[in-house]
Design a protein around this ligand. Sequence first.
Ligand code: SAM
Length: 366
Amino acid sequence: MAEIDPVQKAEEPQQRSPRSPTESPTAPAQSTFQQTQADIVAHQAQTTIEAAHDSEDAGYETDAESRASTSISSSVRDFAFENGRRYHKFREGTYQFPNDESEQEREDMKHAMVVNLCGGKLHYAPLENPQNIIDVGTGTGIWAIDMGDEYPSAQVLGIDLSPIQPAWVPPNVRFMVDDAESRWLHPLDSFDFIHIRHMNSSIKKWPKLLTEAYDHIQPGGWIELQELEFVTLCDDGTMKDDYTVYRFLTLIKEGLAVFGVDLLAMRRNAELLRDAGFVNVEEKVFKIPLGIWPRNKTMKLIGLYLRSVIYDGLQGIALGPFTRALKWTPEEVELFLVDVRKSLMDASTHSYLPFHVVYGQKPLNA
Ligand SMILES: C[S@@+](CC[C@H](N)C(=O)[O-])C[C@H]1O[C@@H](n2cnc3c(N)ncnc32)[C@H](O)[C@@H]1O
């Protein structure tokens, strides 16, 4: 494990601005209107998403932007390049997706999507004055930074294989390059909250990771897992059997399986937490619309986020699993993605992806 040197980090050309909850697109002020919106979204996300009539399409638009990548030296902070995309170098090949600027923007958009869906909440576990928090696979560190702002008296540590986090962060937030699937060197019983989000495409041995997490949480402390389930579902019969997005996600799942990753492992998250020894395990499942088909404005925005997250990231998502595992050529991948893009933009298909939030507590007498 390697702590990121703030002096070295300050020299990186890829610094990003610190965010506070008020600056973040994801931290809604709690006006009555917004609260009502949040209630409607929470209700629809857990029951049925109401589709807009054709005439109501607000025509949200998005554009994808590709930026040049940078390279820096020194072991854990080196990068690897493949098919024109930048990947992590530390434990190279462990994670199948890029870490360049466009991928980071996509990760931040995913954060905005989730926090909007959750009415501004960064977690559902009933935390009381947490002091020592770890974010496993922190990515751009956006959740850790927001958490540091929300709990100024807590210390928040984000760990990741990639040193892509910003240098200017709240004083109580720090980052470390580390492999979460290696033995944890943190003190036992030390964290009072462990957060793991969007890691299903990464982790190979969930029971081992959750046992490490259990051993390192204080008795009474909480763990929370938040994961998208990468299958498209539909409640109103508008999704055809040959829906290309569905096929795309199935192929990604098959590709990741070659590397020992079960993309749908999250279906068993509640059971996995109980097996690891956690109690008071609760699960919430939300529906995240794919595209701008919902009638409710916030739902439509969340759907736009999800569509953009997949559309903008298509190449980055596909290249690793398709070329490394399924042995497609980059040209074959690009050709297939043309159809996936068309399918993603088709607002007459009212598809959605489930989003699972599961949290549990280490027993007080453990
Ligand atoms: C899909 S991103 C999720 C980022 C973040 N959790 C979020 O929700 O914004 C997955 C992140 O996990 C990191 N990762 C993958 N495998 C890891 C491992 N074994 N240990 C630490 N980080 C890992 C990747 O580098 C990537 O930044």
